[in-house]
Design a binder for this molecule. Structure first.
Ligand SMILES: Nc1ncnc2c1ncn2[C@@H]1O[C@H](COP(=O)(O)OP(=O)(O)O)[C@@H](O)[C@H]1O
Ligand SMILES: [Mg+2]
Length: 293
């Protein structure tokens, strides 16, 4: 099952050409972001980049500002200082209206799914299309059916969130994030509270979106096993069709290139690098060692 109308992954694999990286705008860049709430500095001078096609795993203790970071990147809140760039365009000074078109490129999978309890699955998933306006009911239903198909839940369209299991809610929430065919997806603890098997189905969707659709993403997670799965695996199509052509033979290398880690501590970026570098850093850094243990 693939998401037919997604643009095909570029054959040139832009994220894999570090030599040219400087000439290609990253999918996301946060530059010296700072934000305080009631004089408590939550993020202080946070900078990092997410290359096109890359997944950036964000690790950090509870209340370290991970959700705030996701809200800043999606333009839901504005920083006190610093800048957010999406594909090279600075979004920080944009008005709500101007942000609408940028937000089409950014899907957010909120913590705890955050579905509207009083709306059906169809209405939840279609929410942004209604908000945007200009879509016929037939078009909306087709698109909802397409994204629900992608997460394997076409049959739930007319159910209410209360009819769904925790894992199904997360999948609906991913479908909702996909409705505008975003090039970027921000996942906020998408597997929290799920049993490992159900969590695995969510991780597979994340891999599939990265490896088959070329989506760039930020993955906030407490579950290190999920983070390392995303870093070391690539999506395996059970039918063996879609995933073969470009990735064969370099899968491991590619997955590593396409996943990197940021560790937040005391409002700042404590670590930013590859899985290999993270594992090496734990030897010198008790904080990382503690975090990874
Ligand atoms: N709108 C807000 N008003 C006041 N404090 C907030 C607000 N949003 C977040 N915070 C505070 O910012 C800190 C980081 O929150 P959050 O990003 O949700 O942490 P986490 O890393 O667990 O996702 C917490 O101390 C939280 O209480
Ligand atoms: Mg959070």
């Amino acid at each position: 099952m693939s998401l037919q109308s997604y643009p095909p992954m570029p054959a040139s694999e832009p994220g894999l050409r570090p030599a040219k990286e400087s000439t290609v705008a990253p999918a996301i860049e946060v530059r010296k972001l700072s934000i305080s709430f009631e004089e408590h500095a939550v993020l202080d001078n946070v900078s990092f980049r997410v290359r096109e096609g890359e997944t950036k795993v964000i690790l950090g203790e509870s209340a370290s500002g991970k959700t705030v970071l996701i809200k800043l990147i999606s333009g839901l809140i504005k920083p006190d200082s610093g800048k957010v760039f999406i594909f090279g365009k600075e979004i920080t000074p944009l008005s709500e209206d101007e942000l609408m078109s940028i937000r089409k490129d950014i899907g957010v999978v909120f913590q705890e799914s955050a579905l509207f309890d009083s709306l059906s699955v169809l209405e939840n998933v279609a929410y942004r299309l209604h908000e945007e306006g200009g879509h016929s009911e037939t078009e909306i239903e087709e698109r909802v059916s397409e994204v629900l198909g992608f997460v394997g839940l076409e049959q739930t369209m007319n159910l209410m969130p209360s009819d769904l299991s925790g894992g199904m809610k997360r999948r609906v929430s991913i479908a909702r994030a996909l409705i505008t065919h975003p090039k970027i997806i921000l996942y906020d603890e998408p597997t929290a509270g799920l049993d490992p098997l159900t969590g695995r189905t969510i991780v597979e969707l994340i891999l599939r979106l990265r490896d088959l659709e070329g989506v760039s993403s930020v993955l906030v997670t407490h579950r290190l096993t999920d983070a390392f799965t995303v870093a070391s695996e690539r999506f395996q199509d059970p039918n063996g069709e879609a995933s073969r052509p470009r990735l064969k033979g370099r899968s491991q290398q590619r997955a590593e290139l396409l996943t990197s880690f940021v560790v937040l501590k005391n409002g700042g970026v404590f670590f930013d690098g590859s899985e290999e570098e993270l594992l090496a850093a734990q030897k010198q850094q008790p904080f990382i060692r503690e975090f990874l243990s």
